[in-house]
Design a protein around this ligand. Structure first.
Ligand code: RRO
Length: 339
C-alpha cells in the first residue's frame, strides 16, 4: 500500500452514547482484563479509551481461587480467578480516584454472592467522581455455587437489578453483564430491562475446562473456568445480535474475543453501541488503542462518517449495489472466471 491509500477517506466521528452517557469513542477495556486501569497507564494515557471497565469489585477483599487459575487453549484462555480483589473500601480510596484524576471515564463493575451485596455496593458508589456507568456482574462463572450465577435465571437476575436500581447513584445508568451459558439470552435480557436495567453488557466468559494429559488431572485448580478470546467471538456476536433484534432500544456494550478493528465493527453492526477489549490485552496491552485505530480506518474506508450510524446496521436491508463499486462476494460466475 502507498502512503496516500492508508489515509482515511473521510473524517470519522467516533463519539458514542450509552443510555444517555456520552463517550468520545466506542472502545473500552473489558472487566477483569486491566484491573482498575493503573497497569495500562504505563503503556498509554487511559483517557484515550472510551472508558475503563474495572475488575468486578466485592464488598470485602478476596483472595480468589487457588492456583493455577489461568490456562491457554488453542483459541482462547481459561480463567478461574474467583473474584480476587481489594474490596470496595480500597477501591474507593485508591483505584477510582486514580482513574478520575486522569480524566478517564470509569465503568465500575460490581459483583456479589447475595442480592443485598449488590445493593450495598451500588449505594457505596453514590457521589463518587468519574463514574460513568455501573456494570452489574451477575454472570461470573467462577463462583463456588452455580446457583449464585444470577444471570442463568431470569427471576434471579431481575432481583439483583431491582435491588441495585433502588440504591444506585442517581444519573448513573445501570448495565447488567449477561452470561452466554443460557438457553435463551433474550429471556434474561428482557427480565433485566423490565427490572430497571438501562443497558446490557454482553457477554461474560463461557464455562469451560482443560485436562492435562500428562498428569491426567484438570489444569485449573478450580477445575472449571471461564473461556474467553477468539473462540467465543461468534457466540458473543450471536448473543448481541439476538438481544438487539428483540430489544432494539436497549443499549449494548459488546464483548467477547475482540482483537481487531473489524472484530469491533462486527459487534457494532450486530447492535452494540460500544465494545470492550479484554483477553487481547494480556498479549498486547496496547490492543484497545490499536483496535480503536483499526476501527477508525475500517469506517473511513467504508465512507462511514459517524460510528453511531452503523450500530445495528446488519439488521437492516443490504445497501443498494454501487454500479461503480467492487463486485460483492460470490458475484463472479466461476464458469467465466479467468484461470
Ligand atoms: O474473577 C473471575 O474469576 C471472573 C469473573 Br468476576 C468474571 O466475571 N468472569 C470470569 O471469567 N472470571
Amino acid at each position: 500500500m502507498t502512503g496516500s491509500t492508508t489515509l482515511p477517506a473521510v473524517e470519522v466521528d467516533l463519539a458514542t452514547v450509552l443510555a444517555g452517557v456520552p463517550f468520545p469513542n466506542p472502545v473500552f477495556t473489558a472487566s477483569g482484563c486491566a484491573a482498575a486501569g493503573r497497569e495500562l497507564g504505563q503503556f498509554f494515557d487511559v483517557e484515550e479509551l472510551g472508558a475503563v471497565v474495572t475488575k468486578s469489585i466485592l464488598l470485602a477483599p478476596r483472595a480468589g481461587r487457588p492456583t493455577p487459575r489461568m490456562a491457554e487453549t488453542p483459541s482462547g484462555m481459561l480463567n478461574s480467578i474467583g473474584l480476587q480483589g481489594p474490596g470496595i473500601d480500597a477501591f474507593l480510596d485508591r483505584d477510582l480516584p486514580w482513574l478520575a484524576g486522569r480524566g478517564a471515564r470509569a465503568v465500575v463493575s460490581i459483583a456479589g454472592t447475595r442480592v443485598e451485596d449488590y445493593a450495598q455496593l451500588a449505594a457505596r458508589l453514590r457521589g463518587q467522581p468519574g463514574l460513568a456507568l455501573l456494570e452489574v456482574n451477575i454472570s461470573c462463572p467462577n463462583v463456588e455455587d452455580r446457583g449464585a450465577v444470577f444471570a442463568c435465571d431470569p427471576a434471579a437476575a431481575a432481583a439483583v437489578v431491582a435491588a441495585v436500581r433502588r440504591t444506585a447513584p442517581p444519573g448513573v445508568p445501570v448495565f447488567v453483564k449477561l452470561s452466554p451459558d443460557v438457553t435463551d439470552i433474550v429471556d434474561v435480557a428482557r427480565a433485566c430491562v423490565e427490572a430497571g436495567a438501562d443497558g446490557l453488557s454482553m457477554v461474560n466468559t463461557l464455562l469451560g475446562m482443560a485436562i492435562d494429559t500428562t498428569t491426567m488431572r484438570p489444569v485449573l485448580a478450580g477445575v472449571t473456568g471461564g473461556l474467553s478470546g477468539p473462540a467465543i467471538r461468534p457466540v458473543a456476536l450471536r448473543c448481541v445480535w439476538q438481544v438487539h433484534a428483540a430489544l432494539p432500544c436497549v443499549p449494548i456494550l459488546g464483548m467477547g474475543g475482540i482483537r481487531t478493528g473489524l472484530d469491533a465493527l462486527e459487534f457494532l453492526l450486530a447492535g452494540a453501541s460500544a465494545v470492550s477489549v479484554g483477553t487481547a490485552i494480556f498479549g498486547d496491552p496496547n490492543a484497545p488503542l490499536r483496535v480503536l485505530a483499526e476501527l477508525r480506518g475500517a469506517l473511513a474506508e467504508r465512507g462511514i462518517s459517524r460510528v453511531t450510524d452503523i450500530v445495528g446496521r446488519a439488521h437492516r436491508p443490504p445497501l443498494p449495489a454501487d454500479p461503480g463499486g467492487p463486485e460483492p462476494p460470490g458475484a463472479t460466475d466461476p464458469d467465466t472466471e479467468a484461470t
